[in-house]
Write a protein of this length. Sequence first.
Length: 453
Amino acid sequence: MPRFLHDLPELAPPGSGGIVRLPGSGDVPFTPRVRALVDTPALQRLRHVSQLGVAARVYPGATHTRFEHTLGVYGNAVRCLRSLARVDAFAQVVTTHDAEVLLCAALLHDVGHWPFCHPMEDLKLPGVPDHERQAAVRFAPDTPAGDVLMRDWNVEPAEVVHFLTGDKANDGPANTLLRGLLDGPIDVDKMDYLERDSLHAGVPYGRNFDKDRLIASLTVHPRFIDGTGGGLALTNKGRTAAELLVFARYVMFAEVYWHHTVRAATAMLLRAVYDRRAEFIQPDLYDTIDPEFERRLLDVCEDTTAARLANGLFRPGVGEGVYKRLAEFGPHEGEAVFRRLSGRPYAQLAAVAEALAVLLKGTANVPGDLVPTDLLLDAPPAHREVQFKVDVIGADGTARPLSEVSPVTRTLATEQFDDHVKRVRLYCHPRLRAVLKPLDWHAELAAAADAVL
């Protein structure tokens, strides 16, 4: 039996210590040193940073926070350590200290987030930091969280920084295994946010995978054991659970994360931030919480054409609400537009939308007060969202990629997932939808793209 199973109070049998109760997760171990880290400003701030941002405009219950998610990720890490303790190859490599670094990283992995962080990162604006590297600032040696790491956990902040952002080529054997638990194809982060987002959004899609079976099937790859590579893998007993996880992620993107109205609200946020970026994006932005971020955006947009965007999102009763979908394009409907705009940098999408507004200005029945921010383009970013590169170990000890043993996974995760879930969409201010809806948007967008690209 590995030492960490006995030495870590967080891994004591359930019911033998303090707990915190989470929706959908049940009881999560809450030892004094976990409490000490959770009580630091770095983690308490996450109580006021929403997990799904503008998705609450569509799913009213989706107001849960990154704080709740963080505790869920930590709880999953505890469960994975308990399960992997029975795997000899894991127990021989991972020390108590290694396991402590994993638990600290699980608790701290999201502290670099600011409100609406993920869509803002998609803008690729100069000077906007990566949220994972921003996290290191919040638990540096001279911070309360850094002090707790060193005093209560005997963990150096630099160890957690490397775990979250370091070059994997420089990992030792233990980190090779443990980093896959926090950031890998089958990881504790993904297992929590799919379940938690699904729970709070009020939809069943993200909870229809067998987490217990998935965790129980985690094992060490034979190549890791013989020293030729590899990391974590799944036993064949976990194949169906992994397929269900892939499907859960696929459907959550289709029905929640890329729901057309969620993306309309996201497009409004992005355009407002992009238009007012010089005034809005300042170093102290990354320390804000949701109400401060929203107030700041409203202030910098006031008396500008971006005011309609900010008011529609964050000023109920004053703004006119979320923009309306005018047209949608995919590989089977409007393929030419889809292929031309999908994966484009945001600056180009904004320029095409502006060119479209100019082309429409003066057209019969188009209101004379049309401004560039009345039309918004939303298109899938260049990076892919669903890739599950994990091997399944058969009964004979042979390792094969999940995509090879599972036609379901291959179809959902590797055959144009973005093309079938993420669409190119054109939105407009609500007052314009009835007038603009009948136009031939294939032709209009092609003309606007010709003018810019």
